[in-house]
Design a protein. Structure first.
Length: 234
């Protein structure tokens, strides 16, 4: 089945342009929502964070990707902060509306009453909201996993990928003839077995698979760690 924008629009969406689970099942579409979103919006690559240029986080088909890869990037982005300061100066004469003492007290009282903490993002409700939209990690292990994936991606992207067979056919799930980049010894296995990111991201661990093969392989490995070491170090 060749899934393109027209097929998604005519067969999988509700009147509000949301994916319909019943229609997905009816047409036997098992492609991840992120891939459907990218096909529908004609995106070739995952959008980059405006602050650090890392890949942003997919929320849902309806909402798409976040603007930033994390809450800290959003909070620390100079462009974002400068725009807020400019607007606040024009409207209120201060860079931060919280500098207006009556606003600060009113906000703290409201947050305390509604969320049990004077700062929303430090309340349980606030943290859960950030978890739901992919901008906050609820536990240390998940934080380490996210960091590990980023490190592997950094080392992977430093390679000359043009030497890989079928790299010219790189594409998305659902596109006939598309190939995708795969780590032979999977990133997940590397994380679980404490393998250094630069080893998992080494060119010897990379290959191009058809999107169907890659989707089926997922977190499994096509080689052992011993075989990978032999390929890298001889």
């Amino acid at each position: 089945m060749n899934i393109d924008k027209k097929f998604i629009e005519e067969n999988l969406l509700t009147v509000k342009n949301k994916l319909n689970s019943a229609l997905l099942k009816k047409h036997n579409v098992q492609i991840p929502h992120i891939n459907l979103f990218m096909i529908y919006n004609e995106l070739k690559n995952i959008p980059k964070c405006k602050a650090c240029n890392n890949e942003t986080i997919f929320v849902s088909f309806a909402k798409g990707f976040t603007t930033y890869c994390s809450y800290s990037c959003s909070a620390n982005c100079k462009e974002n902060n400068d725009n807020k300061k400019k607007t606040n100066l024009e409207r209120y004469g201060v860079e931060n509306v919280m500098q207006l003492s009556h606003n600060l007290r009113r906000r703290e009282q409201t947050n305390l009453k509604k969320y049990g903490h004077i700062y929303y993002h430090q309340s349980d409700i606030g943290k859960q909201h950030l978890v739901n939209i992919g901008q906050y990690n609820s536990d240390a292990d998940r934080t380490n996993w996210e960091i590990y994936k980023k490190r592997v991606a950094e080392h992977t992207n430093k390679n000359d990928l043009s030497i890989l067979e079928n790299i010219d056919k790189r594409g998305l799930c659902g596109i006939a003839g598309s190939y995708q980049l795969d780590h032979k010894y999977s990133v997940y296995a590397g994380f679980k077995n404490n393998i250094l990111p630069y080893i998992i991201g080494n060119i010897e661990n990379l290959e191009m698979l058809t999107w169907e093969e890659n989707n089926k392989k997922r977190i499994t490995c096509s080689i052992t760690i011993e075989e990978l070491f032999n390929k890298i170090y001889g």
